[in-house]
Design a protein around this ligand. Structure first.
Ligand SMILES: Nc1ncnc2c1ncn2[C@@H]1O[C@H](COP(=O)(O)OP(=O)(O)OP(=O)(O)O)[C@@H](O)[C@H]1O
Length: 313
């Protein structure tokens, strides 16, 4: 697969603050690339530089073969951006909103109607095109924004928290459209989200923290780096139980939060039969699971992604 985005030694410094610290990464054509990180990690700064909205302090960005520092106009033609905030004109109809965008992006006059119809079909809004946006549900607005982002045939679509503030059913619906776009149109997606179940959809994920990319791989491989199983247990005396586990099984990684002890082990079967069954402190709860992306995020950043959520709309 070709690289549609290449970022090399990219830096952004604000006075004495390094927001992006010499990062390198590639995004492959046609993939969904998840870009995660806690608040203040440097994600927005990176995306703004890739989208030519912010000048880098140093480093290079190539998108669709164009140089982000020199060929800004061509870079902008190559990308579509779906912002977190609703940027539609509520008083206009769906069609009028799209028409405005066509003018903005210089879509040839003769092609506008056809292109608008095409993108409305992709997001199932053809029957709503004459209705004002103010009458739309949150999910319909998001779909219209996605349609608008597609009007000029972008090669890469940037989706900033595409489902924030939407109910679970609508979120699932939006994802169906996004996946359909990837399958049918082969568009590359650059995604930021705080919903890690949604990030699972990514072909690859980069985790950013303190201005650096600290991990980058497929969701599966990232989870595998944590290895084995996670055992969650509660006992009648967690402090005593933790001491006992640490003494008997120093190889297990033991942490605790509130009234739950978390054990990261290579194999839960062996661990339970050898140690947990013989624990002197009585158990009150036991749960075994595979690592999730949230465990990956926690392990790399030391923070839970839920505590770094953006404001809901
Ligand atoms: N214009 C600016 N002037 C000074 N510092 C800035 C500016 N913009 C961002 N920063 C700082 O750069 C760092 C990275 O910010 P950035 O907005 O890129 O993080 P983020 O990962 O997108 O966070 P969030 O998830 O909260 O949007 C932060 O410490 C932020 O305070």
């Amino acid at each position: 697969m070709n690289n549609i985005i290449e970022v090399r030694e990219l830096n952004k410094t604000y006075k004495d603050k390094t927001a992006v610290d010499s990062i390198d990464f590639d995004v492959k054509e046609g993939e969904i690339f998840g870009f995660l990180g806690p608040n203040g990690a440097g994600k927005s700064t990176t995306i703004n530089m890739i989208c030519t909205m912010l000048a880098p302090t140093s480093g290079s960005i190539t998108i669709n073969g164009f140089d982000g520092n020199k060929d800004r106009r061509d870079v902008r033609k190559s990308i579509g951006i779906i912002f977190q905030e609703n940027t539609l004109d509520e008083k206009l109809t769906a069609k009028e909103n799209l028409m405005l965008h066509c003018r903005f992006y210089n879509v040839p006059r003769s092609k506008r109607k056809e292109r608008i119809q095409e993108v409305l079909m992709i997001v199932d809004l053809v029957d709503e095109k004459e209705n004002r946006v103010e009458t739309f549900s949150g999910g319909m607005k998001r779909r219209l924004e996605i349609a608008r982002g597609l009007l000029h045939y972008p090669k890469v679509l940037f989706l900033d928290e595409p489902t924030v503030g939407l109910d679970p059913q609508t979120r699932a619906h939006i994802w169906e459209y996004i996946l359909r776009l990837k399958e049918k149109e082969g568009i590359t997606m650059f995604l930021t989200t705080h919903y890690l179940d949604e990030a699972e959809i990514s072909d690859r994920i980069a985790i950013m923290d303190h201005g650096k990319i600290i991990a980058m791989d497929s969701p599966e491989n990232l989870k595998n780096t944590l290895g084995g199983d996670i055992i969650e247990l509660s006992t009648q005396d967690n402090e005593k139980a933790m001491l006992e586990i640490q003494a008997k099984a120093p190889e297990a990684e033991v942490t605790s939060k509130e009234d739950i002890i978390y054990l990261k082990v290579a194999s839960s079967d062996a661990f339970i039969s050898e140690f947990i069954k013989n624990l002197e402190v009585p158990l009150t709860r036991l749960n075994i699971r595979k690592p999730t992306l949230n465990d990956v995020f926690l392990s790399f950043t030391g923070r839970n992604i839920a505590s770094t959520e953006p404001d809901k709309q």
